[in-house]
Design a protein around this ligand. Structure first.
Ligand code: HAM
Length: 416
């Protein structure tokens, strides 16, 4: 038997409605906030992620699915959505179109991580990106969109925000971090020793217990923000307060990707174990330039759909209602089955969700199957009904039966 690759999952037909519900709510929220969908390829040139996501991040150094294609090009399955959207923004000259450009996407993403609950190698994200607006009101809008989506789906999470400054204040902060960590170097993990040299901010992101202990007393970025970054952060807070969006400041949030500047944020749940970050995002004012475009600011987030579904299911198995067929046609013999088949087709053509027998089953077995499907009505067609050109329609919830003529059957169910 061939199994699914480690860290991947099938979405089975019995569960697909949950995904569709989340995707529909996400699309609806995106529309209300005036975001349009963008679809970019599943794979990109590896170079995009080296330059975009950053070559000191775990995602780039350890987790990418990278391979050579038959033309000897280095290709990578996208580990996240932002870099591809940024590439497309530049390549399609969107900077000279209407700004801000507000876009959303629903994508699979690939990271070679150690699988566990809520952590997969192929996972899915709903994400948004806004290009061209540098003010904190846009950060607040993006956060509000994530917040409204999560609320609409009924999940309980906490919003943490931070500012990691701009390259100017980051420089001074990195020096302060280095000075703090210098006497602790021996106690840090192997990766953190490299981080110390290349990108000290990453030290704060380490998940190793020993490093976390040392990190606890590290200086705070919030004490090192330049006046502009400070004002930006203050404005964000005031906008969130005005909108009634609760937040907690957490100066240890630096995010796992290198492109962020100023605002970073995460929505975290404590109900689904260690992988509790359902949504992460922030501002990335240098990304477009880093990828060869102009000086265009950006901000966005991505929600992990698997983690979101885990959280939704915590609220009870049937929080999301599955739609069921309206009517199942039971044919008692071959002639009746043939008529049931054509009636079923005319109902479908009229927009009614209908099903009939495919297995030449007995009447009893057909009723059983209709029950399994959860059909609201069962329409029975026997010899008498066929002769009189009508159906005996049973309401499965009440048990009541009604006689409905072939002519009327379509309107009867359309009105349901
Ligand atoms: P990220 O924090 O790497 O950010 O991922 C966003 C979300 O994707 C996480 O909060 C989590 O829910 C989900 N996720 C990440 N890795 C996995 C995994 N291995 N298995 C399951 N779920 C996972 C980004 O990807 C940024 N591009 C977000 C962004 C958009 N920032 C600005 N714009």
């Amino acid at each position: 038997m061939i199994n699914v690759p480690k860290g991947t999952k099938d979405v089975l037909p019995a569960d697909a409605y949950k995904w569709q519900h989340v995707e529909n709510v996400a699309r609806e929220q995106a529309k209300l906030y005036n975001y349009k969908e963008i679809r970019t390829p599943v794979f990109e040139h590896t170079e995009l992620f080296l330059r975009g996501v950053g070559d000191t991040t775990d995602v780039v150094t350890k987790e990418m699915y990278t391979f050579k294609d038959k033309g000897d090009r280095s290709i990578t399955l996208k580990p996240e959505g932002t870099a591809g959207v940024a590439r497309s923004f530049i390549e399609n000259g969107m900077a000279s179109g209407a700004l801000p450009a507000k876009m959303y996407y629903i994508i699979p993403a690939f990271r070679y991580e150690r699988p566990q609950a809520g952590r997969l190698r192929e996972f899915h994200q709903f994400g948004v990106e806004v290009f061209g607006a540098s003010g904190a009101e846009t950060d607040a809008e993006v956060i509000s969109l994530a917040d409204s989506l999560l609320k609409k789906l009924g999940v309980q999470v906490r919003l943490y925000i931070n500012s990691i400054g701009c390259p100017t204040c980051r420089k001074a902060y990195n020096e302060a971090l280095k000075a703090y960590f210098a006497p602790h170097l021996d106690g840090l993990c192997y990766d953190c020793k490299t981080r110390y040299e290349k990108n000290p901010l990453r030290l704060l992101d380490c998940k190793e217990e020993d490093c976390k202990k040392i990190n606890a007393d590290a200086p705070s970025i919030l004490d090192h923000l330049c006046p502009d970054c400070k004002a930006h952060f203050e404005k964000l807070k005031s906008y969130l307060e005005e909108a009634g969006i609760e937040y907690t400041i957490n100066d240890r949030i630096v995010r796992g990707l290198d492109y962020y500047t100023r605002t970073v944020f995460e929505f975290v749940s404590t109900a689904i174990g260690a992988q509790g970050t359902v949504c992460g995002g922030g501002r990335y004012d240098g990304l477009i330039e880093q990828l060869g475009g102009g000086a265009v600011p950006g901000v966005g987030f991505a929600v992990g759909i698997e983690r979101l579904l885990m959280l939704i299911e915590k609220n009870g198995a049937d929080v999301i209602k599955e739609e069921k067929p309206v009517v199942y046609f039971v044919g008692m013999d071959d002639d009746c089955r043939k008529k049931a088949f054509s009636l079923c087709l005319s109902l479908r053509a009229g927009g009614v969700w209908a099903e009939t027998d495919h297995m030449s089953r007995s009447v009893k077995a057909q009723f059983k199957y209709a029950d399994k499907l959860g059909a609201k009505y069962v329409a029975v067609l026997g010899g008498n009904e066929l002769a009189e050109e009508k159906l005996s329609v049973k309401n499965m919830a009440t048990g009541e039966t009604e006689s409905v003529s072939f002519q009327e059957v379509c309107t009867y169910f359309q009105e349901e």
